[in-house]
Design a protein around this ligand. Structure first.
Ligand code: B12
Length: 133
């Protein structure tokens, strides 16, 4: 899907190595891929409006997994179906365990700042995935 292609190109342009898991990835497969690759960050993209629900389910599984509890996980895209009001879902997702949530309408500056916090040279892999997308 174009959201994932866009993200992969952006992350590669910023010096990341990307493992793109594709669209509609089952939670267990995401967890298995994270155990295998140990990414510097798992970047979840969602655009179909279900991200605030799928994202909560996913982050609960990740945070309750002993091996993955401390992996950096962010989510972004269209977090719901309320346009600019989707921003409120971001707070819920962060409270549930995401390191950050980026609503599409807010633009990419904040996400770029986040990428800047990943130490230069240490960006081995950024896994990109889509929830329910
Ligand atoms: C092409 C398209 C489809 C295609 C491909 C879908 C896809 N998932 O890519 C098909 C025909 C399959 C499709 C199906 C559906 N679609 Co559709 N689709 C579109 C459309 C016209 C363009 C999407 C696109 O390719 N944009 C280009 C890419 C580059 O942009 P993007 O995906 O928005 O990603 C950007 C941002 O969201 C953001 N972003 C995304 N992820 C992340 C992650 C991070 C970390 C960050 C920082 C930023 C970020 O950055 C990207 C670049 O700006 C949009 C309308 C629109 N104009 O946006 C509707 C739209 C996304 N679809 C919609 C819907 C409802 C559906 C269906 C649920 C319809 C149905 N009932 O079956 C299904 C869902 C299928 C699925 N599993 O996702 C709604 C979603 C509602 C919402 N969230 O508000 C939209 C917005 C249309 C609308 N206005 O109602 N769709």
């Amino acid at each position: 899907m174009w959201n994932l292609v866009f993200l992969q190109l952006l992350l590669e342009e910023r010096g990341g190595e990307v493992v793109n898991l594709g669209a509609c990835v089952p939670d267990d497969l995401i967890l298995a891929e994270c155990r295998k690759h140990r990414p510097d960050a798992l970047v979840v993209s969602t655009v179909n409006g279900h991200g605030h629900l799928d994202g909560l389910r996913l982050i609960e599984k990740i945070r309750s997994d002993a091996e993955l509890a401390d992996v950096r996980v962010v989510i972004g895209g269209k977090l719901g179906i309320r346009g600019s009001e989707n921003a409120r879902f971001g707070a819920e997702l962060v409270a549930a365990g995401f390191d950050a949530a980026f609503e599409a309408e807010a633009g990419l500056a904040e996400f770029d700042n986040f990428l800047g916090t990943l130490e230069e040279g240490s960006v081995r892999e950024l896994a990109v995935t889509g929830t329910g997308v």
